[in-house]
Design a protein around this ligand. Structure first.
Ligand SMILES: *Cc1c(COP(=O)(O)O)cnc(C)c1O
Length: 422
């Protein structure tokens, strides 16, 4: 039998891949807990939780069991005009841990659609109120997904060149630092005099795709408070940060100014089935609630609120709130802190950062995001049985909450060795 990785080449086109430069795909045969196994049986610690999704570990029976039962009861049904128990229960459970001002939830299929819906909510909110606000505000290096609206607000547009002429109107501000916050606030205050800003979309505290860049809550708080006082809707993109990664259920809990709209996906369904969710306040919802049909939010995806995805999300929510998972999160935070103390003054390390279970370090070497040196670094980790995906010169860890100390040590050892090799 021909290897999977060779059969793959015939018909498949992979995401974020220039196939001419990077033709080889590794075939993963199975996964369990924090481990991935390739078709040769070699195991890898999934150091990034398969893009921040499988935080409770792969193929976790606690998630699988209820989903297997649900799929024999109700697999899929239209969510327009119908409802079902998994969606209703999910809304009831999720509302208990969301910031208290979040009251309504709108389902979609993935992180990009969750932000797309958030953007549309913000724009139509003002439209419905007869206010001419058609510009969005976003952070310079934010990432919010790959559909058009999401791409437009994403500042990381290195690969968005062919589409830029078709983007919605977006203005950008840098992420806050102790140094620039006063000038950001001064500029925003001036900008708000002619207020056509509909909403501000932001990844609170950690910008994932920007290579786990972190900013402090204090500066963000000031920006949010200023914008909120001018009626600019706050759209928190917690697709990456949500569900425990920052050490709290949501990064927004580190802030006292709460978002009007929140976008969730990734760990929402524990990596089992894709789903997106956009939540909002009663106030936002009421701007759409009307005798006029056209004031409704006419957005809908075929698989909206798929019962299996909702069931996975419910089981994931339960797991998140168990003592065991919360303790695991605290353990990982401590291991990272100890590792950080050891390597932060290493001559090859430019700087390090950590929030919750998210840990990142920048190497003192210039590297292209997907360049040669970066690819060699990636290969080094895979050779050592560790799946890490360096972004340029940033190495980051976002391993599942169920990662054991031995498995985490394998990640740390591979990083230590990498520091000797670069
Ligand atoms: C991954 C991500 C998205 C996009 O989610 P997809 O499911 O990949 O479409 C949006 N926002 C943030 C912050 C993300 O990390």
């Amino acid at each position: 039998m021909e290897k999977l990785s060779d059969r793959d080449k015939k018909h498949l086109w992979h995401p974020l891949t220039q196939h001419k430069i990077y033709p080889e795909m590794l075939a993963i045969a199975r996964a369990q807990g924090a481990l991935l196994y390739d078709e040769e049986g070699k195991e890898y610690v999934d150091g990034i939780s398969s893009w921040y999704t499988c935080v409770y570990g792969h193929c976790n029976p606690y998630i699988l069991e209820p989903v297997m039962q649900q799929m024999q009861r109700l697999d899929q049904v239209v969510f327009s005009g119908f409802t079902h128990e998994p969606a209703v229960r999910l809304s009831e459970e999720l509302i208990k841990i969301l910031p208290p001002n979040q009251q309504k939830m709108f389902f979609s299929d993935n992180g990009s659609t969750a932000t797309e819906v958030g953007i549309k909510m913000a724009l139509q909110y003002h439209f419905n109120k007869g206010q001419k606000r058609n510009v969005l505000l976003a952070f310079e290096e934010g990432f919010h997904g790959d559909t058009f609206g999401a791409m437009s607000v994403s500042g990381l547009s290195v690969y968005n060149g062919p589409f830029e002429d078709f983007f919605i109107e977006v203005e950008r501000i840098p992420v806050p630092t102790a140094k620039n916050i006063d000038s950001i606030l001064a500029q925003l205050t001036k900008r708000l005099k002619n207020n056509n800003l509909a909403g501000f979309i932001y990844e609170p505290l950690v910008q994932g795709a920007a290579a786990m860049k972190m900013h402090d809550a204090e500066g963000l708080e000031k920006i949010l408070a200023l914008l909120k006082s001018h009626g600019v809707l706050l759209v928190a993109d917690e697709v990456m940060t949500g569900f425990g990664k920052t050490g709290k259920h949501f990064a927004s809990e580190y802030l006292s100014t709460q978002p009007d709209i929140m976008c969730l996906s990734k760990a929402l369904t524990a990596g089992l089935i894709p789903m997106g969710l956009t939540t909002c306040t009663e106030e936002v919802y009421m701007a759409f609630y009307s005798d006029e049909v056209a004031k409704g939010l006419f957005h809908g995806h075929t698989y909206t609120a798929n019962p299996l995805a909702c069931t996975a999300a419910l089981a994931a929510l339960e797991l998140l709130q168990t003592e065991e998972i919360q303790k695991n999160i605290q353990n990982i935070i401590q291991w990272h802190t100890a590792f950080d103390n050891e390597i932060k003054s290493h001559p090859k390390v430019a700087n390090t950062r950590q929030l919750g279970v998210i840990y990142a370090l920048d190497l003192k070497v210039q590297m292209e995001r997907y360049g040669n040196l970066r690819n060699r670094l990636f290969k080094h980790f895979m050779d050592k049985g560790v799946f890490l995906r360096p972004l340029g010169n940033t190495i980051y860890i976002l391993a599942p909450y169920v990662t054991t100390k031995t498995q985490m040590d394998r990640i740390y050892d591979a990083i230590r060795l990498a520091l000797e090799l670069v």
